[in-house]
Design a protein around this ligand. Structure first.
Ligand code: ADP
Ligand code: MG
Length: 408
């Protein structure tokens, strides 16, 4: 079944790629520290489309942004896509040329002389001031070496930037890659037609970050499981003491209203019944399990406890669709990661369609060791949430063929 949002939008498979120059906008905005890629999930997610284009004989021009480079030239090396080029070289076992100045004189013959199944990577798109300004002239310069435009950068598709909006606006043959297709199809399932019971698993740092998502999905969900720091605001709303845990005082009312909304509709909202707590975040040796929902004075909740993991696992086992956004605890610290990992395992062991959204949640799914067993782990942080909240993605809209009246 094709997602409604994709109606009228071409897929890379619709085009004859042989000998064509394909501008493949990817999202290689991966964590890099001291030149070393920390997590290549987003790069690997684009490989099927890159490989497909190469197999079909395309001349592949890869493009991506990375980080938020300052305009100072001397800062450029730390924002270079050089580590990405090296990594792609390893993954594809193919030579990849990094074009430092894609619009410069030196690049022209390289781009003009590209052969079928060859591949180049343009240097960080954000080195161009016109990129974030959605500049048409910049897009026109890229058009010089573009026959077909493919958007595979789901994570950047909510931004009106030149490589996402202005360029496809100038190209006739345009469409999406396999990753983009899966992102939209899976998120549309969550948004529009989830199989029931549909369980929403929420965690992370703040209730306020999740309110729009809750509002968007509340009519569809059957069960909400709440962990992470946001759980303490809910516990506070039910009159429990939460010790030194993070609480958003101004969201206590929202929490109690949500619990009431769920209750009155006969739906389940589960909060933690026990916790992993610490006295001092810098001293993990103070870690202990707090039996019971209340937390003692001076202690801080950092993960869901064993009884809660069991409770959540039981709800997940009965689910047919699961959407997860927000880790159950401070999973970046190994001592506080067990709750999130237990929930990840329970999800993949259920027969449900399981979709993970959010940057930290994707990192958590990856660290859980079972990332490949989720139905889908979205590569888009902000983009996936905007899409779920019902917003149109500008990058997707730019791929629709113009309506007849517009093209006259
Ligand atoms: P996503 O990026 O997937 O949307 P969030 O940004 O909402 O997720 O939340 C992730 C962050 O929440 C993590 O960095 C994690 O450390 C933090 N977090 C989870 N539980 C707690 C807690 N009990 N106390 C403080 N921070 C927490
Ligand atoms: Mg986050």
């Amino acid at each position: 079944m094709t997602a409604t949002s994709l109606r009228g939008i071409h897929s890379i498979e619709d085009f004859d790629l042989d000998d064509q120059r394909v501008f493949l906008r990817c999202d290689f905005n991966v964590p890099i520290s001291n030149g070393v890629i920390q997590d290549d999930y987003r790069i690997r997610a684009a490989l099927p489309t890159i490989q497909y284009a190469l197999e079909k004989g395309a001349k592949v021009v890869l493009a991506s942004h990375w980080g938020r480079p300052t305009k100072a030239l001397e800062d450029r090396p730390q924002f270079s896509l050089e580590p990405v080029a090296r990594h792609l070289n390893l993954l594809l076992d193919k030579e990849i040329l990094l074009l430092e100045d894609p619009r410069g004189e030196a690049a022209k013959p390289v781009l003009a002389g590209l052969k079928s199944s060859q591949i180049v990577l343009l240097e960080n798109l954000r080195f161009e001031t016109g990129e974030e300004a959605n500049d048409r002239e910049l897009a026109a310069a890229w058009l010089e070496f573009t026959d077909i435009y493919i958007n595979e950068a789901f994570g950047a598709s909510h931004r009106a930037h030149a490589s996402v909006v202005a360029l496809p606006g100038l190209v006739e043959k345009k469409g999406i890659g396999f990753l983009m297709k899966k992102e939209i199809e899976m998120l549309e399932t969550i948004r529009s037609h989830p199989a029931h019971p549909f369980t929403l698993v929420l965690g992370g740092a703040k209730v306020s970050d999740k309110i729009e998502l809750i509002d968007m999905l509340i009519d569809k969900v059957d069960v909400i499981l709440i962990g992470g720091a946001m759980a303490y605001t809910f516990l506070k709303a039910t009159g429990h003491s939460v010790g030194a845990s993070r609480v958003e005082g101004d969201k206590v009312k929202f929490a109690s209203e949500l619990m009431e909304r769920m209750r009155s509709r006969g739906k389940k909202l589960l909060v933690p019944q026990d916790h992993v707590v610490v006295k001092d975040l810098r001293d993990v040796s103070s870690t202990r399990v707090e039996v019971g929902a209340s937390i003692m004075e001076g202690w801080m909740g950092v993960d869901i406890g064993p009884q809660t993991r069991q409770l959540f696992a039981e709800a997940l086992a009965e689910s047919k669709t699961v959407f997860w956004n927000g880790p159950m605890g401070i999973f970046e610290t190994p001592e506080f990661s067990s709750g999130s990992f237990a929930v990840a395992h329970a999800m993949v062991e259920s027969s449900a369609t399981t979709v993970v959204g959010g940057g930290d949640s994707a990192a958590c799914a990856l660290a859980s060791g079972v990332v490949d067993r989720f139905s889908h782990v979205s590569t888009g942080g902000g983009a996936s949430l905007e899409f779920l909240q019902g917003q149109r993605l500008v990058g997707l809209e730019a791929l629709r063929p113009p309506k007849r009246s517009e093209s006259l």
